[in-house]
Design a protein around this ligand. Structure first.
Ligand SMILES: [Zn+2]
Length: 69
């Protein structure tokens, strides 16, 4: 199971992008939040929404397609 993170910065649509740890477009920094390890993006986003109910989340377009679970 990969570790999932989301960016602390929201995009222009107000969404926080969720990535797997190894994504080339993910930059681990002070603003990144670790969600935990999950089997799917769906599970990671569900968990993130519970922890941060006021945030909106979106899947990274790169790692949601290129990461094989
Ligand atoms: Zn990504």
């Amino acid at each position: 199971m990969p570790n999932f993170y989301f960016s602390g910065h929201s995009d222009k649509n107000g969404c926080h992008t969720v990535h797997v740890e190894s994504c080339v477009y993910f930059l681990l920094n002070y603003y990144s939040f670790k969600i935990g390890s999950f089997y799917s993006f769906e599970d990671a986003i569900t968990s993130a929404k519970i922890a941060f109910p006021r945030f909106n989340f979106s899947q990274c377009r790169w790692c949601s397609i290129n990461y094989f679970f």
